[in-house]
Structure formats: C-alpha cells, structure tokens
Design a protein around this ligand. Sequence first.
Ligand SMILES: Nc1ncnc2c1ncn2[C@@H]1O[C@H](COP(=O)(O)OP(=O)(O)OP(=O)(O)O)[C@@H](O)[C@H]1O
Length: 274
Amino acid sequence: MTQAPQMQITPPVLAPDAAAAPLVSIRDLQMIFQVPGGQTVALQDANLSIERGEFISLIGPSGCGKTTLLRLLADLVQPTGGQILIAGQSPAAARQNRQYGYVFQAPALMEWRSVLANVMLPLQVMKVPGDRQARAREMLRLVGLDKFERNYPWQLSGGMQQRVSIARALAFDPPLLFMDEPFGALDEITREKLNLELLRLWRETGKTVIFVTHSIPEAVFLSTRVVVMTARPGKIEGIVDVDLPQPRSDDTRELPRFFEIATEIRELLKKGHA
Ligand SMILES: Nc1ncnc2c1ncn2[C@@H]1O[C@H](COP(=O)(O)OP(=O)(O)OP(=O)(O)O)[C@@H](O)[C@H]1O
C-alpha cells in the first residue's frame, strides 16, 4: 500500500486557539443571488460544524446550494449573511494560508502540460519553496499515477484524469479537501473503484473532506456524516451519522445498516421535496 509522503511545506500560521475550534464552523449562513426580475435564495440559515478528520458529504436535489456552499467556503463568493470560520480564520485568510484544495466535477487539466507539470502548477503559481517536482511526484504516487507523470491528460481515462486533479489539489498539503461531484461523470465501476481509493487516501493523509454528490450510495459509503439539503430555498434538512465500520470495503455495501442509512437519507430528501 502507498505510504503517505513526508510533507515539506511550511505549515501556515494559525490563531492560538485555532487547534481547539472545529476545523469548519458555519453559522446562520445565507446566500441570496440577485437575478433579473428577483432573487434566488441559494442558502438559508445553514449551520454546520466539521471536526478534523471527518468525511462529510453534501447531498440534495439540483439547485439546493451544494456548490454554492463549497464556493462560499473556498472564498470564491461572499455570503449575504452569517459567518464561516476555517481553522478559526475567515475563508479569505484560509485561502491565503492554503488551508484547502478544490477538486471540480471536470478535471480541468491543462492539455499541453504533462501530468507532472499539471500537479506542479499550483506550487509554481504560489511560488512554494522547495523541490516542487519531488513534491508533485509524491502526490502522484499517493493517487497511484507515478508511472504516468510524462503522459498528457488526453492520454488518460476520465478516472485517471480525476486522480491527477486530486493530486493537484493535495499539492499544498492542505488539511481540507473540497470535492464537487468529482466522480459524477464516470461509469459506476470506475466510480466505486475511485471511492475506495479516495477512502484509502483519506485514511493515510488524515485530511478532512467535504464532498458533493447526487448519489445516496456514494454518500453512505464514503462519509462519516451526510448533510442532506433541500431546494427553494436551499437549506440543510438534516444531518445523518454514518456509523458503518471503518475501513470500508466492497462488503460494506451489503450490510443491512448500509441500507438503513440510505433509507434515512432518502426519507429526508423526500421530506424536503414535499
Ligand atoms: N452566480 C449566480 N448567480 C445567480 N444565481 C446563482 C449563482 N450561482 C448559483 N445560483 C443559483 O443558486 C441556486 C443554487 O445553485 P448551486 O449551483 O449551488 O446548486 P447545486 O445544489 O450545486 O446544484 P447542482 O446539483 O445542479 O450542481 C440555484 O438556483 C442557482 O441557479
């Protein structure tokens, strides 16, 4: 099994009490978009605390504000109300201090750069000191693609491209990983394989993951908690603890408890639709 690499990046300076606080704290969060002819309440009264090492899935119908929540956490949009703290810092400070990596639905790799050069890119842009090439190689090893570092993205399958984008998001060694439906476009078997790989990576690195999905089985399989969201207005309908044993394997999907938790999530989703 691949070992977690030795990290060489200088840790960011945090507020003294940051270690004691939840890694992510979301209080009364609201996001209203002004649109022609009115407004869209993308998120209303969202409250959520996430501890270090959790694997949180956000699940809900299209338009319930899952991506908006990730974008707010990542400081890509500013909330119209409420507060977010990441390791005790504002999202803007957390972004500057490289507290998170972001994996998008599409891998968004640069076609003219090799796999290795793609993973090195954020380190170059942010002028991270040290041996950037060695660091990028470590991340490729972690996602099982070290033999493909000289290839170009178009020479890889969709699943491999998404693994490259995960390696790129991990390049800074951030404590947090935001993942917006990263496996949504992949076939079922590839998705299940990458789910297992992601859990291995999560265990080995101790990252905290916030993962958006439309799939109830994917959410149950991956998560320690599932945040169920509903639309119009977008809000958190409920939070389901996933008390399935770790480490999870293909057998996990056959456990009666797996189906019970899936049913609980489905009922919450239906309640939100009603
Ligand atoms: N920049 C924007 N301007 C106006 N409205 C927006 C903007 N971004 C999102 N919205 C609206 O906010 C709501 C929530 O959108 P969001 O993309 O967060 O939903 P989602 O749950 O991620 O949906 P999906 O599952 O389809 O990706 C939607 O009604 C969307 O149209």
